[in-house]
Structures are given as C-alpha cells and as structure tokens.
Design a protein around this ligand. Structure first.
Ligand code: BG6
Length: 482
C-alpha cells in the first residue's frame, strides 16, 4: 500500500508565537515533515512572528534547532536547508503597532493566507483586530486558534465574539489536537464504513463505554498554567469530550464539516448534568520516583485535580441506560489512551459453563494504535464444549505495514487541513460553548464546596474512589497498562 499525499495549494502561513514552545515542538517539525512528503509547493512561505527582535537568518537557525531537537532530524540534513529557505521572520508587537506594516509587505497576493495564533488567548483579540485593521487578512484568510479556548462559558463566549468581529466562522479553525490523531479519525471510519458495528451501537446491545486517557507525565514545567486549569479544563472539556462525541454521535449525512459538527453538538447538548456522586477528582502525591503534584505545580496548598473519573449519561434514545465512564490523569502507571465498548451478554446461554461472555471492542488510540475485539470461541481440544474468550487483535502498524506505522502527527494533518480549507476536524464555536456549559456546573460545585481532590500515588492507577464509581454499578475499569 502506498501513502497518498494530496498536495495543497501555495500559501503564506504566519505563526504568531513562532518562537514559542508549541511552534518549536509541534508546528515547525510538523511542517517540515509535510514539506519532506512533498505536500506543499516549495514556493510556500512560513513566517514566524513574535516579540523578539531578530532577522530571518537568526530565526532560520532557531527553526533548524527546533526541527533537529523535536523532529528527530540529523543536524546536516540537506532537505532541512531547503525547508529553511521558506522561512521568514517578522518582529511584531501583538498589542502595539510595531511590525504590522512589515508583515503586510511580506504577504503575497494570490495565495492562501493562514494565521496561527500560538499565543496566550488574551492576545487573540489584539491580533485579530490588527490583521483586519492593517488589511493583512482578507475574506479568504484563515485563523487557527489553540486551546484553551476560554476557561468557562462566559470567557469562551467573549472569545468567540471577539474573533467574530473580524472573521466569520468558516475562517476560524479551533484546534483540538486529539481530532488530528489518526486513530481518532479512525473512530469514524470504524463506525461509519462498516455495517458490522452500527446495528449494535446503542444501549440495547452496549452495556457501557469506558474512555481512558492516562498519562505518565506530571505537570512540572507547566504548573502555572495547569494549576489554574486542572484535568477538567485541560483534558475533559475538550479531548475527552471529543472522543465521547465521536463514539456517541448519530451518523452524519455526509463526511462534511457542518454535518459532523452538528451531530457532535447534539451529543454534548444531550449530556445530563453530573452530580457529585458521579465524579471523582484526584491529585497525585509523591510515590515511587515521582514528586507530588503540589511540588510539580509549586503550590503547596493547591486543590487542583490532576485526575478525573466520571460517569456520564447521555439522555437520548440511543444511549439511555448505557453509561459512559471517562477518566484521565497525570502520573499514572502507564501512558495509554483507549476506548472500550463493552457489549451485553447474549440474552440466553445454551452452554452451562457459567463463563461470562460479554464481547468487548477496544480501540487503542495510543500507543500501539489498533483495535481488539474480544469474542468467544470453543477452546480447542477434546473434553467437551469449553468456551474461552480470545482477542481478534489488529494493530494497525502490522495490518497496514509501513503505512500504518508512518502516521502523521496530529498537528501535521490539522495544519494541512487549514490550508485545504477543511474544518471537519476543528471545533465549531457553538460546540466549544456547549462543552463549557456542561463542565461549568461541575467546576462551580468543586469551587463552592472547597473540597480537596482525593490523593493517589504517582505511578498508580488513580484514586481508590474511582474504582468504587464502577464497583457500585457492578462494573470494573480496565487495567491501565501500556
Ligand atoms: C494537551 C494537554 O492538550 O494534551 C496536556 O494540555 C496533555 O496536559 C496533552 O499532556 C496530551 O496530548 P497527547 O497527544 O500526548 O495525548
């Protein structure tokens, strides 16, 4: 099987915050890989824009360093030099007037213009206003905004309104990088390109769904951001919510941006409020080699959660009675993201062995992307009819050869989608607002209750209370393992 690269049209991409961490770690190495793949013309321009005063040559060296360090590229790589020729730099004051005329003079006409806001959200309004005011952005331009998109419904609405003063919704690309992950897109392929699963994809046949995003990293180095967010704002309101939507949504009439996003929005609106008994929040304490959250966050009194587990009910015909259990946390025992759909047992057993036989479909998002379907078979050999559950295991890298292993990073895919003008994998403004409307009461209850998160040991599977959340429903979490 040969990877197909569909080239995009010529573009000028301006990265505000071009000297920042995200640009260095993800955006620039990602662009380099797309360049290597031949996905964009070698006339394309990538312009870093930031406060630091430096010239094109100095920024190119900075980009070289970032691509070598974070893209795993050898120092003397010849293609890298060709890539650096596409790079320019403008020193700019996002909330003042310096640099904007210079930027304007760099933009070519007749090519796509994209502006990546890889800066603090407090600067979004200033940048949007100047792009419009200086006549740099036109009706075909696109802007890309990073999370966090607000910290509650009110601030998200304000941000949407600020951007809407200068850009229409079709120009705004709100990134949730989980949507750019290959296996996350695969959720839609599995559901909507196979007849096998969809007839069973409802509360009549599904017992429950578990969504797990477990990380081994802590928050050291980004404590000042994280301590104001916590797992609910950092992961649940966006990444886990998007996964839930893709599993729970109705089939869209077409794989088209608004058709897909309409269906996701309906799911978010159908989420029941989560009461205090249905949610557990945790905070890691020192364990094994790992320091405690309060040490990593440099805030000894912090009540911020680094772990959340919750039971979510979706009030619609498809899902009434089949709960979704979500959990995510830092410094857990393994890095693993997966979605497990546990089906109900057959209504009547003709075998007298008492072996439980609930099928389970596990979609592993990372690492070892793949799918695993647990089915019952007869244990081979004589001695009567003994049943055993075996996995039908498909690791995509094995099934697809190199094409399965060589998956583009989420950012690569998403940036190319921006240039293509395809918003399917980006969040619409109303989706983001609906997600906040659902998480706000949870956060408010924690804040007014002044409760402390449950402690769990760094390197463990999370707090004990999270186990009880499922035990009381006679269910168990899947083990967290790589
Ligand atoms: C980011 C969060 O959005 O996603 C981080 O801010 C988290 O806290 C990261 O670590 C996880 O992304 P991935 O791609 O490593 O699963």
């Amino acid at each position: 099987m040969v990877s197909r690269v569909i080239p995009v049209d010529d573009f000028d991409l301006v990265i505000f915050g071009g000297t920042g961490d995200l640009a260095h770690r993800k955006i620039l190495p990602g662009l380099y890989r797309r360049f290597l793949a031949g996905q964009f013309p070698d006339t394309a321009r990538i312009i870093g824009a930031a406060r630091t005063k430096q010239d094109d040559a100095a920024f190119r060296e900075e980009v070289r360093g970032a691509v070598v360090k974070f893209g795993g590229v050898p120092e003397g790589d010849e293609n890298l030099t060709a890539f650096l020729n596409l790079i320019g730099y403008v020193a700019i004051d996002a909330s003042g007037e310096d640099g904007w005329q210079d930027l304007k003079s760099r933009m070519r006409s007749g090519v796509i213009h994209a502006f990546y806001f890889s800066v603090a959200p407090s600067l979004f309004g200033d940048i949007a206003q100047r792009l419009a005011g200086y006549g740099i952005a036109d009706a075909d331009s696109r802007i890309v905004v990073e999370k966090p998109f607000g910290r509650d419904l009110t601030t998200a609405r304000e941000l949407n309104a600020t951007l809407a003063r200068h850009f229409v919704e079709e120009q705004i690309y709100r990134i949730d990088h989980y949507l750019g992950k290959e296996t996350v897109q695969n959720l839609m392929a599995v559901r909507f390109a196979n007849i096998l699963f969809e007839p069973l994809w409802n509360a009549q046949y599904v017992d429950h769904v578990q969504i797990t995003v477990a990380e081994t990293v802590g928050v050291a180095g980004r404590g000042s951001y994280y301590d104001r967010s916590g797992a609910i704002r950092d992961m649940v309101q966006n990444h886990l919510m998007q996964l839930l939507c893709l599993i729970a949504m109705e089939p869209p009439y077409h794989f088209d941006p608004n058709a897909v996003r309409d269906e996701k929005l309906k799911v978010i609106r159908a989420l029941e409020p989560v009461g205090p008994d249905d949610i557990v929040r945790g905070q890691y304490q020192a364990g094994g080699e790992g320091a405690a959250y309060v040490t990593d966050a440099e805030n000894p009194d912090s009540r911020t959660e680094s772990y959340v587990a919750m039971k979510v009910r979706i009030a619609n015909w498809r899902w009434q009675g089949a709960p979704f259990y979500l959990r995510t946390g830092k410094k857990l025992r393994a890095r693993t993201s997966e979605i497990a759909i546990t089906f109900k047992e057959p209504p009547h057993s003709i075998f007298d062995d008492g072996v439980p036989r609930a099928n389970q479909l596990v979609i592993r998002l990372q690492p070892n992307e793949g799918m695993n379907l647990k089915v019952m078979i007869k244990e081979p050999g004589p001695g009567g009819m003994r049943l055993v559950q075996v996995p039908l295991d498909m690791t995509f890298a094995e099934a697809l050869g190199n094409d399965g292993a060589d998956v583009p990073d989420a950012y690569e895919r998403l940036i190319m989608d921006v240039i293509r003008g395809n918003q399917t994998l980006f969040m619409r403004g109303d989706e983001v607002e609906a997600a906040w409307a659902w998480t706000d009461p949870i956060i408010e209850a924690w804040e007014t209750g002044k409760t402390r998160p449950e402690p769990y040991d760094a390197g463990s599977s999370g707090p004990e209370e999270a186990l009880r959340l499922l035990h009381r429903d006679n269910r168990r979490w899947r083990e967290i393992r790589a």
